[in-house]
Design a protein around this ligand. Sequence first.
Ligand code: GLC
Length: 718
Amino acid sequence: MYKKFDAKIDALLAKMSLHDKIGQLNQPCTPLPHQVEQFKEWIRKGEIGSILMAVGATAGNDPQGAIDVDFYNELQRIAVEESPAGIPMIFGRDVIHGHRTVFPIPLAMAASFDFDLVEQSYVDVAREAANETVHWTFTPMLDLSRDPRWGRIIEGPGEDPLVGACMAKAVVKGCQGEDVSHKDRMVACAKHYIGYGAAEGGRDYHRTEISNYSLYNYYLPAFRAAAEAGVGTYMSSFNEINGQPVTSSKFYLTDVLRGQLGFEGFVVSDYGCVEQLIKQGVTDDRGEASSMAIEAGLDMDMYDFCYIENLEEQVKNGRIPESVIDTAVRRVLRLKMAKGLFEDPYCKPEKFDRNVHLAHAREMAANSMVLLKNDGVLPLKKDMNIGLIGPFINERRSLLGSWTVDGKAEETPTLLEAMTEAVEGKGKIHANVGISLDKDFTFRMADRGDVVVLALGESWARTGENKAVSDITITEDQKSLFKKVKATGKKMVGVFFCGRPIAMEGIAEYFDAILYAWHSGSETTHAVCDVLFGDVVPSGRLPVTMPRLATHIPLYYNVTPSGRPCNCYYGENPGNCYVDSYPTPYYPFGYGLSYTKFVYNDIINCANPEVSLADLEAGKTFKLSIEVANAGDYDAKELVQLYIHDPVAKMMRPMRELKAFEKTFIKKGETALVEFELGYKDLGYYTAEGDYTVEPGKIEVFIGENCLTERMTEIVIK
Ligand code: GLC
């Protein structure tokens, strides 16, 4: 992939001192005003290869100043004109789900199951960020997570490997395009490699225990897809796996990532990971930590200056050969050349119409929202009297979600503003305009409405990095609010602005309709109105399980069967799971409603239910199809989902595995024939040694509206 640069890199390396080389592997944060002159000196000495465009460790949680392009161009000029090797720096920033135009949090985008739309979103994101000198973004975050207590579940693709793989491809392609050197593109970064989302108790940064079997079949697929999509970089993760820090693991960073996935770009550490090896207890010395990390395959050191301060001595005292440094520098230079930085190191901002991006953000948001419940009260009519209450009716900042570094809350319409605009003077919005929960005034507002819309949710500040929570719920005052409104006897529509899934027992029962609006970015509230008033028919589906109680976590759909007759996820003797509660999902993976009614034919057609293993390996596929009718009153999109279960294999296989899905538009009154092909790559699994294997035998194929569908046919691999 980067062969064309190697001759030029060889020539550069030949001219570079060891110090120059190590400088390429050093990535400090943007300097604070009082550090600028020292920073410029470091650049002049060739000691800075990249800048993390952030002033804090958790950029997504801390307000970041607007990017001063002239400032970065000046720093770049010093690197190009005044440093010994004259190598341009690569600027990286956490452009996670938007730049100035903020798109839904990634978990919400995953809920759209529309990865063409996701890719389009990141085309816009890249255009805005690259136009402000961001060469490289630290996204996609691909950490599979089964624990919504973990604050960073909002940044990832949820609990399914296939969704993770689709997200990886969409984001990498959206950011990098076919030629990442284009001025509107930026290098992507698959993070956090690997297993970060398995933190025990959902407690951020905590230890993980991941068998190789689980690694290859659950956690690695998204990262494998990123490599296949040509992602330029990976970011190593803070966590340990089974007692070994990823940061110093040759197995994960070299044997698997490069040896098995064939990755040829570079790996940047997460914030301070190299020095953290000391706290993790595998060394007591920064020099040794640096050597351990770089020989494991960790190419660039973010933030802690370990490499620049120690590696030269580590080479000179023989701890590591200079060839290890050369390998890391080669990888970094490959990406700088691929990005075109040698030809065009400076940013020349252009003006463009951001309204196109806002329109895309609105479409992405509306397609991400999940209708969890509806007794028919939705869609609303624009001439209705609507009581609009709750702490989120005037909310702006939380709608943008965590990891919003360049979005502007003040530009984000509130739900009250959007609904007032939407009813266009025909209807009436009775709102408790104060943000206080003045209960009496609130209820008067509720009472004036034909229907009550409650704007509830969780603060963005309870989500993201270092924001694990022990209870996945909404605040007690919100609960007391909806319980009191219930007493009015009015129809209640809940709009939930949450980042993570919440425990729905004791909440959902009170509502006649629930729209899960997530934290959906700059256009959240316009999109909510589009859905509430039926201009957009909801089509989002859950990429994560919505549990009844937080104490039922972890609870995920792709679980292996038990030898005992109790599988709570699928409702088999749930009483055997706990004696005091039923840990079946409140809303299962893949679940979501529409305003119309889809009817699946009971029969799954398969023209060729038997295929030999040899034919599969040669590329033959099982061809399956099903008729789905739109029997309701709205043209709409249905996510037709295909799951498999391998009932007998050498290793235990999950009871359901999502293997394909089609988001299908079906006009009201019409029937669609939805077709799927299952091939070799869909029907096997990875052994604990990382070998992909497909076994002969029967495979159960389920097709339906979510993971609990019982509609099944059998195919046979002969
Ligand atoms: C943070 C996050 C990582 C982010 C990096 C740079 O600690 O873990 O996702 O990209 O540091 O801000």
